[in-house]
Design a protein. Structure first.
Lengths: 1134, 283
């Protein structure tokens, strides 16, 4: 349970006989195992003795609290402070685990909450967590103390209850102090002097808490003065030696220590950014510290953020590489970096996916709102080339105060189109920067960072990841690339602990059940070949973090009440083929029934998420009701699908689903359902691991194969799989809700478990579980290119995907003063070339460009085509074949200059006209995944081969492209997926709503709209670029004339295709109204975009006004004529 | 009426001179049978100690605390008299239930406190080592709290003395068992007792000499502790003070460090009436 994030805390314990890091870790984990056993109705088997364990636990709590807080400090140097913080953490763990284990509840009435030791212990543990720097862990402690004060009329009770509320606010870290209760009346002060004394003690205690809370919320006061007051209070009680006030003394000393140790971490202690008005910053810091209904308060910096502030602001490191685990507050770090950049320039925030871009944009817009003049942008589109002003960084945004959140692909587009705008970019935050190692995407991301640094030499870079094993290398890269300091924040700290476990079969009962089943089978007719029997589960828990130990004492066995149904044959063999997913479902359901919010990962296949979800039914388990916005998304999901959504039925059963094979509304419904608690389980694929945060208290991983089994044989596949599986395990733990989480691996093959000594077989079967974290070295994806270029071995014909990215990305001639050499000189690959290799950017650039030029010459491609590929980011070879096909089409006279298409649909016809003529090999490369529709099959026929640009397509080929075009036409006209399936797939009248296999109509259609349409939209961008640089259909004077309908519809084409819209009206509703396809069409029908609206700003304003009118019109209720879809749309746009 | 700490300390010393202690060792614990408490001089000094160490000191402590934050000037004499009245009754005419449930147990507890105080000079009364810091004799009833606790030093070790007092004419055997049950809660790791023990130890440690402070954490880790039960009973009861007791056998400090102090009273009712009268007289 205690991995690298907490190891340092255990390593510096005070010297006490019998106290070792391992024994402490083992006992705490073992106690958590007992708590799990209670919660899961399981029986626990350990090597050690429970009585001794409990004794150790309470000694741990008492002794380490004593050391952390009460021992008189002699040399309070850094080491001692670190040792005390570690002791505070372990004491807090011991106290809160003991409280959970024994679940002490008041047995008799108590006068006020702080009079009950059970609640005192929770407050005690919470304060110790604060002292240790584990702020989020204090929240569950506060929650364990009832919110409602006891109805007391006594003087001391009144103040004690107020003080208790103040402690709860502090532990919740909500700096919203409450006013003190009515002061003691004269009549009250002449009563029992001991009661008066206790009342004033509580009043002073509560006052100190309140003062500190107010200070954290950027109010008046001084933490050191408050701490001094507490010390005086404690000293007064010591002098009086009154055991009756020992509780108050204890709280006062804990609080004093908590204030002294947390105040240096206060958000308000972060220095005011240069150039920012004090008042403006104060507004921001106040709002951030206090939080509100929509924004969680953040008055303290967690350790990674504290270290970041120290490196980035106090020590003024120019760049910082942050390597900190998931959930350790990296978004807070980015926010601090942004606040310090925005007064100087604008900032780029790179994230790996559009979904994450939208989440980050929404979060930042909320948190940075108090900073005047700050705006946060993200884009609707993806990597497709677009001329729409809202789809790229605009000139007016490249001013101080703007944050643009985007994917590296989108940023690459912006850099290629308007590099000059980046000159004023003061900060580039790259979240999930381990993307750098990921093949072609990584190569592009690296070139983007190099390009940003080339254009804006002063730009600061903040790289963030949870999975980088070599942050020093990345820091060295930034240092060498810019000559500026680069620091590393390496903080394995995370706010929650995860118990790693593996599920198997409980050996003895399973053997008995199998024997009994075999005997039953023997008594039956030979017609029956198998007999079913329930195989009970057992869970082996690792007590010492990663499963590196082979000692039985480091493991515990939980005998679960759950079972998988297996079959025994007449040959006495057990059929175990259907083990992984059913077991995952059974275990996940049991976890949900036991109060865990559970993520069930199905890494092998995205469709398995549906099959696992379908096996889970927690409909009878109490949970939050399905929220109205979740319901609304489900309505829109079914409208999009045209049939019942399986996601709806799953959510109604209490299970959300998250895979790539969802329509957007389903994904949004699932995310909401899990977050709001109406779904207790989320069955998910690796998509969830890509930075999206779905805190869960338990994780079940179905098997150890990730994606295609063939990949598992390669080293890269093994590393990727291990990284994803470990990342999945780390998802268990929900800061602020539960301090510990449980992760369970279901091995590929079933295994029998008898006791803790069986760990060896499991460590073999689930090897990755012995690794501490998911970090791997980030190496440049451009490395091989640099090597080959330096050695003069570049060859376009054998170029890797990463090299193709470089050919497409690097400018063949200087652009705004930036050359390919300038960009390459700032890449990881060039600055950190392997030792002994003499690499210069100029040599690499020359080699790349010469090779590229030579290839261009050999292909006789028009000169302008390099510009088109540069703008679109498409591989040159594909662009070349596309251009050659385009030339053939135009020469054929099907479309004539002067008579160009004047609508999006017209341009779609043109796009497909070109695509039909692209030779088969390139065409398939352009389409990517195979489309499994009979009418499209000729595109993958064995006889359709070759890459001859003069290739003559046959009828079947043309028909197949016609089928693709039909599907696209139906998609952009707003038809439901079921309707498209009927027409394109011949799915029949009743389209099968099943989602459990990739061969079903809906999964096929979703793959088409998510993948194929995305690729086609990039070629739509190429149509735009071709017309810009080589006007064939449009007269040159029409270019960039907003009033020209042909040009205007062409400009809309890529995004319209991507978003599934066939008109400016529907696309505008999608972009500025509701980012869902069919609702955008519906709104466009209801409120067609008025004629004369030109440009994005005008369209956004017009749509905003229509929405406001529409919503105001009916008081938010349902009007006559509104159907469910319209009602849902109204709710979601309100 | 003002009784200074010096005065009640002197009273305690006078009590020490008058009493006799018989020491016994059983298989389960040690026993100290205290006799001679009924003598007039003892009763008189006992009263001074109980009023001084109990009521007056508690009053002054509370007043000192309250006055740190409020302007208060109550009259000590009348306040102490009121408290004494609440615990002892205005005279000995109070009903039997009051005596057996409130007055007599409080006096027994006060004597238990005195016994522990005296143990610094009388090793026979020490469950273990020498007392270094002792909780104040409380006046208000505690909410499930520890009535009596102290820190002791025994050689290099520091530990916690946990005390419990009981009084009844003829139920001493039950009282002894009840005290054992109380101690057992600590042995069993009752979390509530754990909270109370941590609170009181951390309060008391701040009175220790600095060279002893460093031993507290070790004491908590090693659970160094001893138990002291004080039981007052009538001499005529069937209670056999020196018998080994099953309920004490397995207490964690071991027989050497579990002490049963038996306050054997020739005339149990009269003793408590006399002490009460003497205390009222002190006021």
């Amino acid at each position: 349970m205690y991995g690298s994030g907490t190891s340092v805390l255990f390593e510096n314990l005070p010297e006490l006989e019998g106290l070792t890091p391992d024994s402490a870790r083992r006992v705490l984990s073992s106690v958590y195992g007992e708590i799990l056993a209670q919660r899961l109705s399981a029986e626990v088997v350990t090597v050690d003795d429970a009585t001794e364990r409990h004794s150790y636990l309470r000694r741990l709590a008492a002794a380490l609290e004593s050391y952390a807080v009460f021992d008189r400090a002699e040399d309070d140097d850094e080491d001692v402070a670190a040792s005390r913080a570690g002791a505070a953490f372990i004491a807090a763990e011991a106290l809160s685990l003991a409280a959970d284990l024994f679940a002490i509840q008041p047995e008799r009435p108590y006068r006020y909450r702080l009079a009950h030791p059970a609640y005192l212990a929770r407050v005690e543990a919470g304060l110790l967590y604060l002292i240790a720097g584990f702020d989020a862990n204090a929240t569950p402690c506060a929650r364990a103390v009832p919110a409602r004060p006891v109805d007391t009329r006594s003087l001391d009770g009144r103040f004690a209850e107020w003080a208790c509320d103040a402690f709860r606010l502090l532990l919740f870290l909500r700096p919203q102090p409450r006013p003190a209760p009515r002061s003691a009346s004269e009549a009250e002060t002449v009563g029992d002097i001991e009661v008066v004394a206790r009342a004033v003690l509580f009043e002073e205690l509560g006052d100190c808490v309140t003062d500190y809370i107010a200070w954290l919320g950027v109010g008046e006061g001084s933490p050191s003065e408050t701490a001094d007051r507490l010390r005086q209070l404690a000293d007064l009680l010591v002098a009086q030696r009154g055991a009756q006030h020992a509780d108050i003394h204890h709280l006062a000393r804990l609080l004093e220590t908590a204030i002294r140790s947390t105040s240096p971490r206060a958000l308000r202690a972060v220095p005011v950014p240069d150039g920012m008005a004090n008042v403006t910053y104060l507004d921001y810091i106040t709002a951030r510290a206090r939080g509100d209904d929509r924004m969680w308060p953040r008055p303290l910096l967690w350790p990674p953020a504290r270290d970041f502030v120290s490196a980035y602001i106090r020590d003024a490191a120019h760049h910082v590489v942050v390597n900190a685990p998931t959930g350790s507050g990296k978004s807070a770090i980015a926010e601090i970096a942004l606040t310090h950049a925005l007064s100087q320039g604008w900032a780029v925030y790179l994230v790996p996916t559009n979904a994450l871009a939208n989440q980050v944009r929404a979060d930042l817009a909320e948190s940075l709102a108090p900073l005047e003049g700050v705006q946060v942008r993200a884009f609707v589109g993806d990597a497709e080339y677009s001329l729409l002003e809202d789809e790229s960084v605009a000139a007016d945004e490249a001013d101080a105060g703007t944050v643009v959140v985007m994917t590296p692909e989108k940023c690459a587009l912006a850099l290629r189109l308007r590099p000059q705008l980046f000159e004023n970019c003061g900060l580039c935050v790259f979240d999930e920067c381990h993307l750098l190692r990921d093949g072609a995407r990584g190569a592009l991301a690296e070139l983007v960072v190099g390009h940003v640094l080339a254009v804006a030499p002063e730009c600061r870079i903040v790289l963030m990841s949870a999975m980088v094993a070599n942050p020093d290398d990345l820091a060295a890269w930034l240092n060498e690339a810019t000559g500026r300091t680069a620091a590393v924040v390496r903080e394995p700290w995370r706010p929650t602990r995860t118990m790693r476990s593996v599920v198997g079969l409980d050996a003895d009962p399973v053997r008995e059940a199998a024997v009994a089943a075999f005997e039953r089978l023997a008594d039956r007719s030979t017609h029956f070949r198998f007999e079913k029997f329930p195989a009970r589960h057992a869970l082996l828990l690792g007590l010492c973090g990663p499963w590196s130990s082979g000692e039985a004492e480091d493991y515990a066995l939980l005998r679960l009440p759950t079972a998988t149904t297996l079959k025994v044959s007449r040959e006495r063999t057990i059929q175990s083929s259907d083990w992984t997913n059913p077991t995952t479902a059974v275990v996940a359901e049991h976890l949900a029934r036991s109060g865990f919010s559970t993520l069930a990962f199905t890494p092998a296949d995205p469709h398995h998420a549906f099959s696992v979800a379908g096996r889970i039914d927690v409909v009878d388990v109490p949970r939050e009701p399905i929220g109205e916005r979740t319901q609304a998304y489900l309505v829109l999901a079914e409208d999009e699908l045209g049939v019942t959504s399986r996601v709806r039925s799953n959510i109604e059963n209490g299970v959300a689903v998250h895979t790539a094979a969802l329509v957007d509304a389903e994904r949004l419904a699932s995310e909401r359902a899990f977050r709001e608690g109406s779904a207790l389980v989320m069955a998910a694929t690796g998509t969830v691991a890509q930075g999206l945060n779905f805190p869960a208290t338990a994780v079940v991983v179905a098997g150890t194969v990730v994606g295609d089994r063939r990949d598992a044989a390669t080293e890269e596949g093994r590393v990727r799989a291990q990284s994803q599986l470990l990342n999945a395990l780390g998802r268990a733990g929900r800061a602020g809700v539960a301090n510990q989480g449980l992760s369970i691996v279901v091995p590929e093959q079933l295994v029998l478990l008898s006791g803790p000594a069986d760990n060896a077989s499991l460590r073999n079967a689930v090897a990755f579980i012995a690794s501490d974290d998911a970090s791997t070295d980030v190496r440049s994806a451009l490395g091989p290119l640099v090597e080959r270029a330096t050695e003069g071995r570049l060859d376009v014909g054998s170029a890797t995907p990463e090299e193709l990215v470089a050919y497409s990305y690097l400018p063949f001639q200087e652009q705004d003063g930036v050359s390919a050499t300038d960009i390459l000189a700032r890449t990881l690959a060039v600055t950190r070339a392997p030792a002994g290799r003499d690499v210069t950017a100029a040599v690499v650039a020359d080699s790349v460009l010469e090779t590229g030029f030579a290839y261009l010459e050999s292909t006789q491609a028009p000169e302008w085509l390099t510009g088109a590929t540069y703008r679109t980011g498409l591989p040159f070879f594909q662009a070349l074949r596309f251009q050659q096909a385009r030339a053939r089409l135009l020469q054929g006279g099907g479309e004539q200059a002067g008579n160009p298409p004047s609508s999006i649909l017209g341009w779609i016809d043109h796009l497909f006209g070109v695509l039909r003529l692209v030779p088969p090999d390139t065409a398939r490369a352009m389409l990517g995944r195979k489309l499994s529709a009979p009418r499209m099959a000729p595109l993958w026929a064995d006889d359709a081969v070759g890459d001859d640009p003069l290739w003559e397509p046959h009828e079947e080929w043309l028909g197949a492209w016609g089928a693709v075009q039909d599907a696209v036409r139906l998609f952009i006209s707003g038809q439901s997926l079921a309707a498209i399936a009927q027409e394109v797939l011949g799915a029949g009248r009743d389209v099968d709503p099943e989602r459990t296999g990739g061969g079903k109509p809906l999964p096929r259609l979703i793959a088409f709209t998510n993948s194929t349409v995305e690729r086609l939209s990039r070629f739509a961008g190429l149509v735009v670029a071709c017309e810009e640089l080589d006007p064939q259909l449009l007269p040159i004077e029409a270019i960039r004339d907003e009033g020209n309908s042909s040009w205007h519809s062409l400009a809309l084409l890529p995004l319209a295709l991507r978003c599934g819209c066939d008109s400016e009206s529907s696309l505008s509703w999608f972009r500025f109204g509701l980012r869902l396809r069919r609702p955008a069409h519906r709104l466009a029908r209801l409120f067609p975009l008025a004629a004369g609206i030109v440009g994005d700003a005008a369209a956004r304003e017009w749509i905003g006004a229509r929405l406001a009118e529409w919503l105001a019109d009916d008081d938010g209720g349902r009007r006559d004529g509104d159907d469910d879809v319209l009602t849902a749309i109204k709710l979601l746009v309100s | 009426m003002s009784i200074t700490p010096r005065q009640f300390a002197q009273a305690a010393i006078k009590v020490r001179r008058e009493i006799s202690i018989d020491e016994h060792t059983t298989a389960s614990h040690r026993v100290a049978v205290v006799r001679g408490l009924e003598g007039p001089a003892v009763v008189e000094n006992l009263a001074i100690y109980l009023v001084g160490a109990g009521f007056a000191r508690a009053f002054r402590s509370s007043l000192k605390i309250a006055q740190e934050f409020l302007e208060l000037a109550p009259d000590e004499e009348s306040e102490v008299a009121r408290s004494v009245g609440e615990i002892l009754g205005q005279d000995n005419g109070v009903d039997a239930d009051f005596k057996s449930n409130r007055r007599d147990p409080w006096i027994a507890e006060g004597i238990g406190h005195l016994v522990l105080w005296l143990s610094r000079r009388l090793p026979a009364l020490a469950a273990r080592g020498q007392i270094q810091a002792l909780t104040q004799l409380h006046v208000q009833s505690m909410e499930q709290g520890i009535d009596l606790a102290a820190l002791y030093v025994d050689g290099a070790a520091l530990g916690v003395h946990i005390g419990e007092s009981k009084a009844s004419v003829a139920n001493a055997t039950s009282n002894v068992a009840e005290a054992a049950a109380f101690f057992r809660e600590f042995d069993d790791g009752d979390p509530i007792r754990g909270v109370q023990l941590r609170n009181v130890v951390q309060l008391l440690r701040e009175s220790l000499r600095s060279e002893l402070d460093g031993r507290v954490t070790k004491a908590l880790w090693e659970e160094n502790r001893c138990y002291g039960a004080t039981v007052a009973y009538g001499d005529g009861s069937t209670f056999a003070p020196t018998r080994a007791r099953k309920t004490y056998r397995d207490l964690s400090p071991g027989p050497e460090h579990v002490l049963l102090v038996c306050l054997c009273l020739a005339d149990y009712p009269a003793f408590f009436d006399e002490v009460s009268d003497a205390m009222r007289g002190v006021i």
